[in-house]
Design a protein around this ligand. Structure first.
Ligand SMILES: CC(C)(COP(=O)(O)OP(=O)(O)OC[C@H]1O[C@@H](n2cnc3c(N)ncnc32)[C@H](O)[C@@H]1O)[C@@H](O)C(=O)NCCC(=O)NCCS
Ligand SMILES: Nc1ncnc2c1ncn2[C@@H]1O[C@H](COP(=O)(O)OP(=O)(O)OP(=O)(O)O)[C@@H](O)[C@H]1O
Length: 200
């Protein structure tokens, strides 16, 4: 039976960085952020519902969603964020389960579901084990501002929209402390996978 790992953390804690490391172990990763982009492409059902709920102002000239604008709306107002979640999340969940089941049927020994909101959206039933990528809040804030060029206020709004990463770490089966170098995080991942008998 395949081991299904849920990988999570908070915004800019290093999920994508760790997610990439699974390549080295030949373990496939299903990326919820990527699926959430695919299911809102023009022509998809969720796209029409988002435009109906948020108006034409969030549509760009090429008809795709203006993600920057939508982000600034939903991270400033909880009600709007919940409305968007309500439209997008069921479709993301469906696609993730479909991809997970296809990989299991193909005989993989392990598969990872990279889901930023794994705990908030109560999706732990989709996975067998959870890994939280942890960073101290000061490191998180600095890396987020550097990566996305956000002001401190915009970065803090985004951090506040999720359960604090300290709380997520308490709920995890395993924690990767990503305050240090990427190499140090890699070594922690290697140890966890070896403990769970899905290492190299
Ligand atoms: C608001 C949107 C358009 C902004 O797009 P953008 O390309 O700038 O960001 P991206 O999608 O790459 O998300 C970046 C990070 O923001 C955080 N985040 C995104 N959406 C949310 C949310 N609804 N609540 C809390 N955190 C979120 C996650 O940590 C994610 O990794 C987009 O994030 C979105 O459609 N969000 C709703 C769907 C969602 O919840 N996605 C995340 C998990 S499925
Ligand atoms: N150990 C590290 N040392 C230095 N920089 C790092 C480290 N880990 C990640 N980073 C940098 O921090 C930023 C955030 O990391 P990453 O994009 O992996 O986070 P994430 O959790 O996937 O974010 P999001 O929730 O927004 O998708 C990136 O610019 C990344 O290069």
């Amino acid at each position: 039976m395949a081991l299904v790992i849920g990988l999570t953390g908070s915004i800019a804690s290093g999920k994508s960085t760790v997610s990439f490391m699974f390549n080295d172990f030949q373990i496939p990763v299903i990326d919820a952020d990527k699926i959430s982009r695919d299911v809102v492409e023009p022509g998809e059902a969720a796209y029409e519902r988002i435009v109906a709920a948020f108006g034409e102002a969030i549509v760009r000239e090429d008809k795709t969603l203006d993600r920057k604008k939508l982000g600034s709306i939903i991270f400033a107002e909880e009600e709007k964020r919940l409305a968007l979640n309500h439209i997008v999340h069921p479709e993301v969940r469906k696609q993730m389960m479909k991809q997970r089941d296809a990989l299991i049927a193909a005989g993989v020994r392990c598969v990872v579901l990279d889901i930023p909101l794994l705990f908030e959206s109560k999706l732990t039933a989709l996975v067998d084990k959870t890994i939280v990528v942890y960073v101290d809040e000061a490191v998180q804030l600095q890396r987020l501002m550097e990566r996305d060029g956000f002001t401190e206020q915009a970065a803090k709004q985004r951090i506040a929209s999720q359960l604090p990463v300290k709380e997520k770490a308490k709920l995890a089966d395993a924690v990767i402390n990503n305050n240090g170098s990427k190499q140090e995080s890699y070594e922690q991942l290697e140890q966890i996978l070896s403990d769970w008998q899905v290492g190299k």
